[in-house]
Design a protein around this ligand. Sequence first.
Ligand code: C2E
Ligand code: CA
Ligand code: CA
Length: 861
Amino acid sequence: MSASDCLVTETPDVLRAALERADDGVVILDSAHRITHFNAAAERIWKLARADVLGRDAAALSLTCLQADPVVDFRDEISLVRRDGSRIKAAVSLASIVAEGAIHHIVFARDVTAEAERRVRIGLLNAVSDQTNRVVIITDTDQNIRYVNSTFTKLFGYTSAQAEGRRAAELIAGSHTNRKAVGKLVERLMHGGRRGEVETLVYDKDGEEIWVCARIDAFRDTKGRVKHFFALLEDITETRQLRSLQQLIMSALADEVPITEIADRLCRRVEQIAPDVVCSLLHVDSAGLVHPLGGPSLPEDYSRALDGIAIGPDVGSCGTAAFYGRPVLAIDLDTDPRWQPYKARPLQVGLRACWSTPIKAKDGRVIATFAFYFRQSRAPSNWHRRIVDACVDLGAFAIERKEARAEIARLAYHDILTGLPNRAQLRHLITTAIDACPTGGHVALAFLDVDHFKDVNDTLGHAAGDELLVQLAQRLREQIGPADMLGRLGGDEFVILLPNRNAESAARVAGQITDALSAPLRLGSKPMQMSASIGISLYPDHATDIDTLMQQADAAMYMAKQAGRSTHRLFSAEMNGLAEQRLALIAALRRAIAEDALTLSYQPQIRSRDGAVHGVEALARWHDPVLGEVSPAKFIPLAEECGLIEQIGLWSVREACRQMASWRRAGLNIPSVSVNLSPINFRHVALAARLADILAEYELPPNALMLEITEGTFMQDGAAALETMHAIRALGVGLSVDDFGTGYSSLSRLAHLPIRELKIDRSFMRDIEKDSAALAIATAVVRVGQGLGMTVVAEGVETEGQRKMLAELGCDVVQGFLYAPALAPVAFERWLIEHSAEQARAMLGRLDVAPRDAVAVKRSA
Ligand code: C2E
Ligand code: CA
Ligand code: CA
């Protein structure tokens, strides 16, 4: 007899008692579906008394599984509606047993309502935690993972099955995880502390770095004992780390931080967020030489040693990357053939691998390399690549800006043709030499002017003249000592600064130069005889200030010319007779102003876009009955020295306005007139009021007047000039920086001044067609000027080639002999009428072509 038979037929007392005690409800039915057993647990589940159900039909239990025919075995969780209408969730299983030829059914039932509710709640919580883009990790107090959400799987690559049971620290922490901070926080939580946050690097299943911000909290039981830790991890790789790199560069650029400082800051920040990396930035110059920009963690001697190395197909990682224009990885410096000459120092400080990425300018030129050195022999991770991706564009921008700036700075101090220091730089060099001169010592200043240079220019052309000047500069350089300095004032005038030389020693050098020039220079294959006259002044014997010393050297040079040229003269007191000539000239100028003998000529400024007249520049002319035509290049500096320039400036403004008003009345539409003012005019804030009066007098709008100022205006005694400039700008009158590129102004300074226009100095025009460097410079000035929202005017445009080039650069306005020289008013009116007619013809020509073009287009379509 089987156990079940026994149960049904003669249930022994022990079993009966056991059934009564069971947690599950047990119901037994006979073959006719009548209830034969109903234990205590069943009474609780169905809320029915045993007496009410025994012997009754199973339908009383409202179990659908019993209503099937035939009844089959069953196991499920079902909803049970009880007699009193209440509902519970019950786990029900039904088994059929055959005993003594009859079928019995035995039903086990358990109330699982609470469990089911908990399961639903957990399901909901899961769904919620899977919804968030934050990683959820729950651990026990030993930090074994008990739960992770789906974001965890997405971010780290481990399934919850792979994660659960593992120690969180083993699973996602790695070499650069801030275990200390996490440990401290956990410790604090264990002792009742509040939740906290830690920013740290963690690692995914493939070992890739992920920056997270982890907020860790503790779950406590009612007695306050910690039961679980709960961590919410936010991936801040993109949002905070990469963006912070970009912000670092941008804000440094905005603050005009020097590029080397930007590079150092960038490297340091990269090393913080990628602690495996030692970072460096090298600049690649236009000659293909590298120069360290930043690399604060590399040994200084190593960086220094890299300076000036030429890029090439097998020059370390950086030189090679720059050469090919693509990233280069050297997994093991020790064995990499490209690294053999350079490897010793990095290996010594424990750097084994180097990955370098080229940084390219907008035109595709490699301008820098961004290198990651590693302490292991390894390749960069995705994280490293993302860092580089995030930085290269901004890096390129920063470096390009630096290049443009350096170029403009170089321009400001160097003569383009010869590469020698220019007037501005010379003054600086002379001041330095004088300051450094010991008591009892001397500094000699020699002015050199080429004899009959004008003839060369006039007969052989400017190109030949330029070529000759370059050769001359070369020869002069060979004649001077290492401490001496050679510069070019402009034209055919050179200056030689001779520190620590007395009169005899300086005269000896001058003699050597005269001798050296006796050997002919070569123009192509033609020998060319050339000589120069030299004048020398001596600090402190002749004068102690630069201006007087220069005048004296100049006077001595004239004496050398008068002595028959090809010789030198030392300044002497008798030469002060020249000062008398100067006084006579000043008197004549005074008279000319008093008698209103100065006139203005007008040179048109042409808009590149459409050839229309943008404005005119008014240039002073002085015809003296005795001296003849005196060039403004001569009388303007004189007027500045003797205090006449203020008067000339105001006179020019008034005269230009009078002329404009007269033209406007006559129906000639000239948008504006530019008047040149001296820095001295800007010393009085009253200038703005005077301008307002003049404009009112001639009924001109303020935008009809533009003032050309030189960089000197806002470089010297700043405050008053600046106030005047702002007052003028407030008036609506424009300010234009004349001769841009020859002075000292820093671009950052320009950006903060109320300036509307930049005029590129005419010295840059000459080489713009043939010299790519000159073109690059003009490009930089145009870009920078327009970047600052200014109109850019190119002056001194003489050829169609130059005009075309400038138009391609996007230069707004051109001015020069190509269109017209400065013309007296009547001549200018004629020019304007002819120009307007030409404009109209050109426009008609375009209209004429248009219909035919339209037909052609239609046909081909
Ligand atoms: P600037 O203001 O730079 O004037 C431009 C000079 O370049 C003018 O010389 C003009 O005749 C010349 N120029 C114009 N187009 C070309 C060209 O295509 N090629 C070449 N090689 N030169 C060209 P200018 O009239 O002899 O004036 C010399 C300087 O005297 C001016 O240089 C300006 O600094 C000063 N100046 C002239 N008039 C006045 C004035 O009324 N007041 C003040 N303060 N300075 C003046
Ligand atoms: Ca000017
Ligand atoms: Ca100019």
